[in-house]
Design a protein around this ligand. Structure first.
Ligand code: ATP
Ligand code: MG
Length: 388
């Protein structure tokens, strides 16, 4: 009897010709996720993915639960397809379940699936036989087919498999199946969540961070690198571009109306991000904005940042409240890092009275005093690239 992890994945995506592509990517991503834990054998057969040759520990299961595309992570046992072996496996599975919830008077159910139709016992009969076997061996238990405390899943495939624990998978689609986007990654709470939401749909990420040294410290930059690292558990490898932004901010501060500073700054961020996105082969930009959250996220302000780019700009948090965003940040484990108190480039040159309804022609006009192209070019020359 061997220990392994059996992974179930969503079937709604599996229609049509995309199926092998989706499955291959999911197997690859699972393989990569297991690499830190040794030389696991990861393969797919008949609508399941198997992870063998690995210590089935909590830390491994938690890591697997972060891989987009999987819907259920099941620590399981595997054995030969003869009745004695299956019984021994069912017994071991029940013992494990009872160890985890040792109360009295528990109810159970056996649910069988027979993918191998050459196996002589049908799934209904198998469930009933194994149920009777459990009742004999665990006298304290009772059957409840509707709402059992313990559900033993038994699957007859190339081998026989059993499990009682289902850890919900991350859902979504395997990263790499839906193109690539570039995330504007600040050190705040919102942008890592925005990146996570896009990656959940199978999209690879690259990231851009604007750094205003010496107004923002190396600590602020390290914090963003740490955030990107945390995100890679879900999103896969991320290429992070750190862009020097001080000169642009100083120029804006000296030459442009105070009330428009944030809007103008955001327009430069978008322009630079689009150039980097093109270089990275990305097809859209992603930000952590949500309507009305701050002065620079009114409809007018959002329109005025869209004005300078031709790529689509995705804002997955657009309709979420801050507390809903925080909830996701906590779930994906970026919150603690995001709230570390290092200053952000946006907080360095903040206008005292930001214009909340910027008129597009006023904004465009305000920029005419700048040599935008040269500023952007110099910023791009100073980019540092980190492959995370
Ligand atoms: P966050 O919590 O993500 O920092 P925020 O609520 O602080 O968001 P803003 O500071 O207005 O909002 O920024 C809006 C969006 O612009 C961010 O979500 C992010 O996508 C992008 N952004 C802001 N500052 C930076 C930066 N220094 N580098 C890269 N992107 C940035
Ligand atoms: Mg911010």
């Amino acid at each position: 009897m061997d220990r392994l992890v059996l992974i179930r994945y969503g079937e709604i995506y599996l229609k049509g010709q995309n199926r092998p592509f989706f499955e291959k990517m999911l197997v690859n991503n699972i393989k990569k996720a297991t690499e830190p834990f040794g030389q696991a054998k990861v393969y797919r057969a008949q609508g399941r993915i198997y992870v063998e040759n690995i210590e089935v520990e909590r830390i491994v299961l938690e890591r697997l639960a972060k891989v987009f595309g999987a819907i259920g992570i099941n620590p399981a046992w595997k054995t030969d397809k003869d009745l004695d072996s299956i019984k021994a496996m069912v017994k071991a599975t029940m013992e494990d379940a009872l160890e985890k919830s040792p109360e009295e008077g528990l109810t159970f159910k056996v649910e069988s699936r027979r993918a191998d139709k050459t196996f002589p016992i049908g799934s209904m009969d198998l469930s009933r036989d194994m149920g009777a076997f459990i009742l004999q061996n665990f006298p304290g238990l009772k059957v409840d087919v509707h709402n059992p405390d313990i559900k033993i899943n038994l699957e007859i495939r190339e081998h026989a498999y059993a499990y009682h624990e289902n850890i919900p998978g991350a859902g979504g689609m395997p990263v790499g199946t839906n193109g690539k986007t570039t995330l504007l990654l600040s050190g705040g709470i919102d942008s890592p969540v925005a990146g996570w939401m896009i990656a959940k749909r199978g999209v690879r990420l690259t990231a851009v961070h604007y750094h205003s040294f010496p107004y923002t410290s190396d600590k602020a930059k390290e914090k963003v690198i740490d955030l990107a690292k945390l995100m890679t558990q879900y999103c896969g490898p991320i290429r992070l571009h750190v862009v020097p932004f001080t000169e642009i901010q100083q120029e804006l501060y000296e030459k442009c109306p105070d009330g428009l500073l944030t809007i103008l700054m955001r327009r430069f961020m978008m322009r630079i991000a689009e150039i980097i996105a093109e270089k990275d082969g990305a097809q859209a930009l992603v930000t952590g904005e949500s309507i009305g959250q701050v002065a620079s996220q009114t409809l007018e302000a959002l329109a005025s940042t869209d004005d300078v780019v031709s790529m689509p700009v995705f804002r997955p948090l657009i309709g979420l409240d801050k507390n809903e965003i925080v909830e996701i940040a906590e779930k994906i484990n970026t919150y603690e890092t995001s709230i570390l108190p290092y200053e952000d480039c946006c907080t360095v040159f903040v206008p005292r009275h930001p214009v909340t309804r910027p008129k597009l022609d006023r904004v465009r006009q305000a920029e005419t005093v700048l040599d935008s192209e040269a500023l952007i070019e110099r910023a791009l020359e100073g980019v540092e690239v980190y492959d995370i």
